[in-house]
Design a protein around this ligand. Structure first.
Ligand code: NCD
Ligand code: ZN
Length: 344
């Protein structure tokens, strides 16, 4: 196959940031994606529908020529109440609420300390059909970083799903075989996003032969067997698994530091990466479902009308993205991929 036309994809897990980065992140994403679930972990998190509406307009101003729809989310805090949940449910632009255990990742200090204390809110979300998006790692510092996802499933996620079986849950950026197995064992209310890095890289790519700060993200990269389970899930044709890049830009100096930030920037080459992965798995025929249909179905959205064309022609990922005097280094900077986006 040398050419592929698919429905313009949706990125169901994305960080667009604010300030100087916003313009670049919006443009890179809007070129490839028709819509994206926009994460609320700004420095001051988006905790109300009113704030989400303002952020939505900021994003819209920055998408340039592209017809791009941001799908907004709220940051789950103790301040949520039934009025706000009702507002989310009535909102045309807010599509879910993202729960971060406090301190578990970038800008999550205002997250949740006791999941059990959130059960009344989960009940309301279930009733009003508001999806719960979860960063599924325990914030218990006594748990080894490589086990935090598995422990979160055992301590919390299984319980949430069995207590609220009709609550739609997205298990974000799954990174382990245990997460794949958990999702497969649930009903159709539970789905999961899959990033390119958790398909393509394992912890050796982060830590062996020198530390690679641009491969550092959370959940941290795991073992090869986890990576293989995630690829298998992505190309399985199950509608529970869909595209979510978790593209999360940080400036180069924040990553190349004695305490480097977690987050990988992939928006500039995301669909090319997924196309290359699906091709090497002999599953290009499954790419459109994974990238453009299953996520939309989960969020009860219509498929996009727009299409994109990918052609089999080498694409060189930029070395860096310059933003004023700062730089962002994308995933696989400077490397070549076999597929590229083309004019339709
Ligand atoms: C994300 C970020 O930088 O906002 N970082 C990451 O490593 N994935 C937050 C997140 O999704 O955990
Ligand atoms: Zn994220």
């Amino acid at each position: 196959m040398t050419e592929l036309i698919i429905i313009k994809p949706d990125d169901m897990h994305l960080h667009l940031r604010e300030g100087d980065i916003l313009k670049y992140a919006c443009k890179d994403t809007a070129k490839q994606f028709a819509r994206a679930i926009v994460m609320p972990n700004l420095q001051a998190p988006i905790i109300s529908v009113d704030q989400a509406e303002k952020y939505y307009l900021d994003i819209k101003k920055n998408v340039g020529i592209y017809n791009f729809e941001p799908l907004m989310t709220l940051f789950f805090t103790d301040l949520l109440n039934s009025d706000e949940i009702k507002k989310v449910s009535d909102s045309e632009i807010v599509h879910g609420i993202k729960l971060y255990p406090s301190g578990v990742t970038t800008n999550s200090d205002n997250g949740i300390d006791s999941i059990e204390k959130c059960f009344n809110i989960f009940e309301l979300m279930q009733k009003h059909e508001v999806p719960l998006l979860i960063h599924g790692e325990t914030n218990d510092k006594s748990v080894d970083i490589f086990d935090r996802e598995k422990v979160f499933i055992d301590r919390h996620l299984s319980q949430i799903h069995s207590k609220f079986p009709d609550l739609r849950i997205v298990f974000e950026h799954i990174s382990t075989k245990e997460a794949v197995d958990f999702v497969i064992g649930t009903n159709d209310k539970v789905g999961a996003t899959i990033t390119p890095q958790h398909i393509l890289l394992d912890r050796n790519d982060l830590l062996s032969g020198g530390i690679k700060p641009h491969h550092y993200c959370l959940p941290i990269l795991k073992r090869t067997e986890d990576r293989l389970a995630i690829i298998k899930a992505a190309v399985s044709g199950s509608q529970k698994f869909f595209l979510g890049t978790d593209s999360a830009p940080h400036f180069r100096h924040q990553k190349e530091s004695s305490c480097g930030c977690a987050g990988i920037y992939s928006a500039v080459c995301a669909i090319e990466l997924y196309a290359s992965i699906f091709e090497s798995e002999n599953a290009l025929d499954k790419l459109e479902n994974f990238s453009s249909k299953f996520g939309a179905e989960f969020y009860k959205l219509p498929y996009n009308d727009l299409k994109i064309k990918l052609i089999k022609k080498e694409f060189q990922i930029p070395d860096k993205i310059k933003i004023g005097t700062e730089e962002i280094i994308p995933l696989f900077a400077g490397e070549t991929l076999p597929w590229q986006l083309s004019e339709i």
